[in-house]
Design a protein around this ligand. Structure first.
Ligand code: SAJ
Length: 420
């Protein structure tokens, strides 16, 4: 049996490599020639612990190869991005459409097509419709039910970046077929490597399930972020408050931060809102609360600058150095994409006339988009130079900073690790 994985990114490549590690022949397909060449050398083009080893072994042993053109296989897994359309929060299914059109010519009777990309409700049916338009000689579940030539299912990925290889194998998997036999076929495929339970439902429920998981987290983070703003106004330490409230056996509040980053939690709730805007009131408000948090953090920094200038009338803003601690979207990773810490640091660097120093222990140089406007310095240097210290990411290195290192500095701690 041969499996084809379409889209060799953060989800597709680990999935392809894990199948290949079980001695299944895997054909990976991507539009990015650089990714294809890198993978075929047994290397990887993304950062994820352990992935390099698994890909290297799979390519070396001949079970995994990457190509730009789809080839016949028995199962196709589509793991392409589902971003927003340019100017709004509507899901853009163009990548799913192109992937469907790309695999359609090589489909044959008996094949299984699985959509893994996080998608709005109805996307799997839409994908099946695109496949059926391209291949009128084959039958699909939407018209032929259990007797269709092609089986179609949605099986959303739910792995945590940084732990992908472990979570792929260990997490339970929600499997939503367009018919029960579609679910069963997908279930048999995932059982090749999934040690968690494969739980069967229909395609629409599986789509909504993935969106619900990330919205649950977003709403809960919004609650924590709102509490942090309320507590600031009421002069209460929100971190202490949450620790205390969480002593209640049925309360488990998440942690406030400078906003929600990453590629999933800040995106997926909008897929629910765009389908049901009238009904999804709480989910939409949570998004707005979390998206508003970076501005609130910036206002805190502005107040610190104003305070310092008031206390030191001989100084100007040029004399005030601001140190921004952390750029990644969550602790102890090097991923700067969709990071509120980057957005805040960039905005401060653009607004503030004095020096802005960035500390990010997980990267060696700033991305070009930030290079011109601020300097990347060591933790030690920033602690020595900064008048205002802004903690944006709770990296392990920052947790070791001592109260004495921060003495006589203005502190804005968006993560609550420097409230000594
Ligand atoms: N965050 C907080 N406070 C918290 C927890 C998180 O501010 O208490 C922030 C983080 O700093 C970060 C953002 O939320 O900026 C998202 O981080 P995360 O660790 O919550 O999640 P992701 O985006 O790395 O991965 C999520 C996971 N979903 C859930 O935990 C429900 C993962 O399992 C999904 O597979 C992934 O989204 C995805 O691909 O959808």
């Amino acid at each position: 049996n041969t499996i084809s994985v379409i889209g060799l990114g953060y989800i597709g490549l680990p999935t392809a490599a894990v199948f290949a590690s079980r001695k299944i022949k895997v054909i990976g397909v991507d539009v990015n020639q650089h990714a294809i060449d890198t993978i075929n050398r047994g290397e990887i083009h993304i950062v994820e612990p352990e992935l390099d080893m698994v890909v290297h072994a799979a390519v070396k042993e001949g079970y995994l190869k990457a190509t730009a053109t789809p080839e016949p296989a028995d199962a196709f897994l589509i793991a392409v991005p589902t971003p927003f359309k340019n100017d709004n929060h509507e899901p853009d299914l163009t990548y799913i459409e192109s992937a469907s059109k790309a695999i359609a010519p090589v489909l044959k009777k008996g094949d299984l097509v699985i959509l893994e990309s996080t998608s709005p409700v109805g996307a799997t049916e839409q994908m099946a419709a695109w496949l059926s338009e391209a291949r009128s000689d084959l039958t699909f579940p939407q018209t032929h039910g259990e007797s269709s030539d092609i089986r179609v299912a949605h099986c959303p990925e739910r792995v945590l970046p940084g732990h992908v290889i472990r979570e792929l194998v260990q997490n339970d998997r929600v499997i939503g077929g367009m018919t029960p036999m579609c679910s069963e076929a997908a279930c048999n495929l995932y059982k090749i490597f999934v040690e968690g339970e494969c739980v069967i439902t229909n395609a629409r429920t599986a789509e909504m399930c993935k969106l619900t998981e990330n919205s649950f987290r977003d709403v809960n983070i919004a609650f924590a972020n709102e509490l942090s703003i309320i507590c600031d106004k009421l002069e209460i330490n929100v971190w202490e408050l949450i620790r205390l409230a969480n002593r209640h056996p049925r309360v488990n509040i998440l942690q406030p931060g400078p906003g929600v980053g990453g590629h999933c939690i800040a995106v997926d709730p909008w897929f629910i809102v765009s389908k049901t805007p009238e009904e999804a009131r709480l989910i939409k408000t949570a998004r707005e609360v979390n998206d508003g948090k970076p501005l609130w953090v910036m206002d805190k920094v502005k107040s610190c600058v104003a305070e310092l200038l008031k206390d030191n009338p001989s100084k100007t803003a040029n004399d005030i150095t601001i140190g921004c601690f952390g750029l990644s979207f969550k602790p102890d990773i090097d991923d700067l994409r969709e990071s509120p810490a980057v957005a805040i640091t960039r905005a401060i660097a653009e607004l503030h006339s004095g020096p802005v120093l960035a500390v990010e222990p997980n990267i060696k140089e700033l991305p070009s988009s930030l290079g011109g406007i601020l300097q990347l310095v060591s933790l030690k240097e920033s602690l020595a130079e900064s008048d205002i210290v802004l903690l944006l990411v709770d990296h392990k290195e920052f947790k070791e900073v001592l109260a004495s290192d921060l003495m006589s500095k203005e502190i804005v701690d968006a993560r609550g690790i420097w409230t000594f």
